[in-house]
Design a protein around this ligand. Structure first.
Ligand code: NOJ
Length: 670
């Protein structure tokens, strides 16, 4: 009897966990035991499911492909499983935290087709405390030399019709739609990250990590009679319908599901970085986070032009003015758009006319860079391609060699044309390989990249830390010219939980002058204090002060931007409701100081914030930049109150936010 009990209570559960007893589906749990993944082959079909304790996060979901010669998802036998685990901590050269723990348990299914060509497929699952990643591996084998993926049939079966934040794939260019929050069943195909809130404080985000030589992930929902919402992978195709051209051995990107019991936990999860390969560079000393200004907003406000002419913005004289300003106020970089040949015709369709080496006659490239360096500032070269990828690739080596020789260590790339080379979608395998070529070439020439109209980031910054920031969202520029008045107040309250989960955002905060003569009625739908708070809430290692410099001179709010770091040791998200408000606190990488940003949608709020994340035995001189009396994003964005007091970890702040408002707080350790 005792032996039977021992078997039932100890041995069987242990075997279950290891997935070893006859007929049991292999299982693997997170290191803390909170998440459990089950993976198996049923009737020839590989599938997986995920539990958090007793709750179902993902119901049994199919895995596999359709290849050029037919199904590669319903004909498998499980040959064996292998297991592994890891617990390591690695340092980020820059980031929102200084070190990242990579702690997971791994289970891999080794599969083989039961008949026909007997091709092999391996599916590797990693289970972290805060989510899972899995990918397909095509081992080296006969019969898989040169194959075409026509569809990936990976599914995520969500147990109920939960509400989710996403943007539609179809009809959206450059990932620049507003995120909507609606039940999954109401959605068309969406791009990732997709963020889902399920009952029981269950927040999850689906995305991908290490997108290399493959097509971008989208998800198509399908409702089942029992309410289950099945999201199926929909890869961005080549024009001929093929999704991916491949050759074994090869691997797919990781499919990631971050799981948290708070919205903030999604932001402070780093599983996507852990699923990318370690840094490839021996020397990262040339990679410098920091702040920059630029000849940019002036063009979007139509005060300047990119092209040559009377209002040309990128003149030698104007650029010197920006360099002087940057030097005086501690900005590291000056972005200059419209400095090179190619803008004079309709550049969005004539991208092949861009010359990345030849400055306009009124722009002294060499002299300006020398001047900038003498002032401790560097120019950021703008490379708008108009989507002409081949034209850019043909000039890459020479252009980047020139920039490096001049001392320019950063380029902002742009692709205003959703079809690269008027042919292939930006987020197809063609586009993904182009963006990678640019990144790798830039790295060889010690150049950092800020990518507009980009591939959705997938954590590559771990491997290539010159991948600084990207757009891939409705950025500040919509507050200059969109015909819907600008980004709505809730936009910034959604971005950190959606686009922000993919990687650093070049949103370009910091508009101080809300007048818009070019498009009356369109302007930032925020208060001035919220513009400051965005420097903390929207993470980027390179932060732009986006306004024209004349709007900054002698403005008291500039002192916040001047003091605000862009590189952090710690990040915490003490309070948040997706789409409504979010408060993020970050500790400076180079000091003991903390910065807090708090933003709201159109609803005014008072947020209680215990400062228990501060050092226990220290005092801090706190400076608050908050909405002043009467501040309101609709009627008067300008009132700004700046006040100081001394606080400790025992203090509790009351942060008052106006409609569309924000608060930016600096805490200097005494
Ligand atoms: C769109 C980019 O987002 C913006 O920053 C840039 O100024 C224009 N394209 C022109 O390249």
């Amino acid at each position: 009897m005792r032996k039977l009990n021992l078997l039932r209570k100890i041995v069987l559960p242990a075997l279950m966990l290891l997935g070893l007893h006859a007929g049991a589906a292999p299982m693997v749990s997170s290191p803390d035991g909170n998440l459990t993944l089950t993976a198996d082959v049923r009737n020839g079909k590989p599938q997986y499911s995920l539990q958090r304790g007793s709750e179902t996060v993902i119901k049994p979901s199919s895995l596999g492909f359709v290849l050029h010669d037919g199904s590669f998802c319903d004909c498998f036998k499980l040959v064996n499983v292998t297991r592994d685990s890891k617990d390591e901590t690695w340092e980020q050269p820059w980031g929102e935290v200084d070190s990242v723990r990579n702690n997971y348990n791994e289970l891999a299914l080794n599969l083989e087709e039961k008949k026909g060509l007997h091709r092999k497929l391996r599916i590797v699952f990693r289970v972290f405390n805060d989510g899972i990643g899995f990918r397909y591996e095509f081992p080296n084998q006969k019969n898989m030399d040169q194959f075409r993926i026509m569809d990936e049939v990976t599914e995520f079966a969500i147990p109920c019709d939960a509400k989710a934040w996403s943007q539609p794939t179809n009809g959206t260019k450059y990932y620049e739609a507003l995120y909507t929050c609606d039940p999954i069943s109401c959605k068309d195909t969406v791009s990732t990250p997709m963020t889902i809130e399920m009952p029981g404080n269950l927040f999850m985000a689906i995305h991908e990590a290490n997108l290399t030589d493959y097509a971008s992930l989208n998800l198509t929902p399908r409702s089942q009679a029992d309410g289950t919402q099945v999201l199926t992978a929909a890869l961005t195709p080549w024009q001929n319908g093929v999704k991916v051209y491949a050759k074994a051995p090869c691997v797919t990107p990781w499919r990631t599901v971050t799981v948290s019991d708070t919205p903030g936990g999604l932001i402070t999860s780093y599983i996507a970085l852990n699923l990318n390969e370690p840094c490839r560079f021996d020397d990262v000393s040339w990679i410098e986070p920091g702040r920059y200004v630029g000849i940019w907003w002036g063009m979007h406000m139509k005060d300047y032009t990119w092209e040559q002419g009377e209002k040309h913005g990128a003149t030698t004289e104007n650029t010197r003015r920006y360099i002087d300003f940057a030097s005086k106020h501690g900005f590291k970089g000056v972005l200059v758009e419209g400095w090179n040949y190619g803008w004079d015709n309709d550049w969005t369709v004539n991208g092949h006319e861009f010359d990345f080496l030849k400055p306009y006659p009124d722009y002294d490239l060499k002299g300006l860079q020398e001047y900038a360096l003498s002032k401790g500032v560097r120019l950021i070269a703008h490379n708008e391609t108009g989507g002409a990828a081949e034209n850019y690739e043909n000039q890459l080596e020479d252009a980047f060699a020139l920039y490096n020789e001049l001392g320019i260590n950063c380029v902002k790339t742009g692709y205003v044309n959703p079809l690269l080379d008027n042919r292939e979608l930006q987020h197809s395998q063609y586009g993904i390989n182009h963006y990678r070529k640019v990144l790798e070439t830039a790295a060889r020439h010690k150049i950092m990249v800020v990518n507009h109209e980009p591939a959705m980031p997938s954590g590559l910054r771990r491997t290539y830390p010159n991948m600084m920031a990207g757009e891939g969202m409705r950025g500040q520029e919509y507050n200059a010219w969109s015909d819907d008045g600008g980004n709505p107040p809730y936009h910034i309250c959604i971005l950190p939980f959606t686009r922000g989960l993919a990687g650093p955002m070049d949103f370009t905060p910091g508009i101080f002058n809300f007048e818009n003569k070019a498009v009356p009625g369109t302007h930032p739908q925020t208060t001035l204090a919220k513009q400051l708070a965005e420097y903390i809430v929207i993470y980027s290692p390179l932060q732009m002060a986006a306004d024209m410099i004349e709007n900054y001179e002698n403005h008291p709010a500039l002192t916040f931007i001047e003091s605000c770091p862009t590189n952090w040791t710690k990040t915490v998200v003490p309070v948040a409701e997706i789409g409504k408000h979010v408060t993020i606190a970050r500790k400076d990488r180079d000091s003991e100081n903390w910065f807090i940003g708090s933003v709201t949608d159109e609803t005014p709020r008072e947020i209680s914030l215990p400062l228990d994340f501060l050092d226990k035995d220290a005092s801090y001189k706190m400076t608050v930049y908050e909405d002043g009396p009467g501040a309101d994003y609709k009627t008067d964005p300008y009132p700004l109150n700046i006040r100081q007091e001394t606080v400790t970890a025992q203090s509790e702040l009351k942060i008052k936010l106006a409609p569309g408002g924000g608060s930016a707080i600096r805490l200097i350790k005494i």
